[in-house]
Design a binder for this molecule. Sequence first.
Ligand code: 13P
Length: 293
Amino acid sequence: MARRAGRICLDGLLIEYDALLAGAVFIARQACSNGHVKKKRGTDMIVAANWKMNPALDQAAVLATALASQPFSEIKRILFVPHPYLVPMSVRLTGAPLKIGGQDCHFADHGAYTGDVSAGMLCDCGASTVLLGHSERRSAHGESSDLVAQKISAALAQNLDVVLCVGETKAERDDKKAEQVVIDQLQASIPDNTPPTRLTIAYEPVWAIGTGAVASPDDIGAMHHIIASVLSERFGANALPPILYGGSVNAENAGSIFAVPLVGGALVGGASLDADAFAAICTAAQLASRNAG
Ligand code: 13P
């Protein structure tokens, strides 16, 4: 592969790339021009809440009840709740059109791993999905992409769906390494034999998480094209997993984020703790689905 920098225009988005990315960008361009890489729309739009280590249990119960009463039939909603809340939230949301997920799992089925939780335990407590590779796990717990891959294998073995987070730090973006970091994370974190139907990717630039500094639509679009090209290479252009954006998504900016090509939904942190704000984001996702349909 030639070692040259360059830029291309995809769907009106200008993407700058260095030589290492040339192959991936080429695949994305081919797929787009052939009409194979399309935004996941309609029932495929996903709005996922990552509650992180929030809120108190009584507030969580109020929040879950409010979310359950909101009618969003045209999108998928997922709640990633703290592990001790899996059972009470599953009970409270019985019959509601929301999936419940854990925020991490161990790669082993059982054993002497104090404080850890296995994928099977998540299932036993009502989870149908799990969030893995979040930047707060990668940074605060030193989780490598190799470890994330082991966790994904464990989750898939228990029939859990997986939302895999990837994203670059501010320093990596400033060093113009953002695309390569994300490509490396994808390639190392997704195990062989992963069924694409069980996987969702969340692109979460670390510098946008909890800062209010949401990535621009151009930056989101460019990275989603890169991610789509990597996934297309792995799974085929017709079997792309959904690609979400996460990082300071709120009621005000959700509509413009969902209008970006290839954005298939959002992974929402802070705003997911407010039922009205989360509902507004879900409304924007539903509108985007209809407009695209
Ligand atoms: P914020 O929406 O608070 O920026 O958090 C994003 C996030 O980390 C979701 O996983």
